[in-house]
Design a protein around this ligand. Sequence first.
Ligand code: DCM
Ligand code: DCM
Ligand code: DCM
Ligand code: ZN
Ligand code: ZN
Length: 259
Amino acid sequence: WGDLGHRTVGYLAQHYFTDAASQLVQAILQPTDTFDISDGAVWPDKVRRRREYTAGWHFIDAEDTPPQYCSVDYSRDCPGRKGCVISAIINQTALLSDTSQDTTTRNEALKYLLHFLGDVHQPLHTEAIDRGGNQIKVCFDGSCRKNLNLHEVWDTEIPNKINGLKREPKVDEEKETAKNWADEMFQSGGKISICDFTASSTQDCALQYAKETNVYVYSYVLKDGVDGLEGQDLGGEYYDGAAPIVKAQILAAGQRLGA
Ligand code: DCM
Ligand code: DCM
Ligand code: DCM
Ligand code: ZN
Ligand code: ZN
């Protein structure tokens, strides 16, 4: 997701925290007036280029065959050295839970988790084809600007349009929009199924979420194949079908992150 999506997932998760969880997040994140939970959630994107070894942690390149057969396979799709969003969730959960780790390690582990629970719910972050849709050129609401692609439409254009947010907003406006969207979903979004992580491993839970997310690649995102999307304007009918999926996935990410 873009910043709006990640910030909303952070604010939404906060609504589900127990008092103990709020205190723990306060202690580990140490938020300030200018650095709140939503800034923690976008932080991994801010350091992504400086920390090249983290670039592969944001997605899992499922080598499946849309729109015919969907699947996510941990041993097939998560390269050992480079890692993927599933291994990143496993590793950062372990670091966050380990009280013998230093404060910086646990602070960063929390920020990575705030972010990756979001990314694992973006359909194109669970799909390899054309680098998760980054190489599929499309248009949106009359704009066919250079480099606009299917991935960015799902990360940013659709969430922005749902909320009437323009491109490249000021941070304060973006945070306000994210807070309002989170409040709205908390009030009327309904209840999402949550993996029982006391009974299942982090890997099984993260993989379950990735598989659920990957199903949308088939049922909607690429249902007409790549050729049916290339060069098309996705701001109309495609947007109308995509918006409820984006809302459902942001809601699921927020509730699951909160849990
Ligand atoms: N920062 C962070 N975690 C915090 C507080 C700040 O990652 N708990 C980030 C935000 C800025 C940088 O560190 O990019 C410097 O923040 P500050 O000026 O608050 O030290
Ligand atoms: N940062 C921070 N707290 C950390 C790690 C990093 O405040 N635990 C800040 C410092 C930089 C930015 O985040 O502004 C990126 O850090 P780095 O250069 O280490 O990737
Ligand atoms: N991305 C992805 N799958 C890939 C490569 C990238 O989901 N195989 C994501 C990560 C960013 C976005 O696409 O959210 C843009 O990546 P980049 O800046 O590496 O082009
Ligand atoms: Zn993305
Ligand atoms: Zn990301």
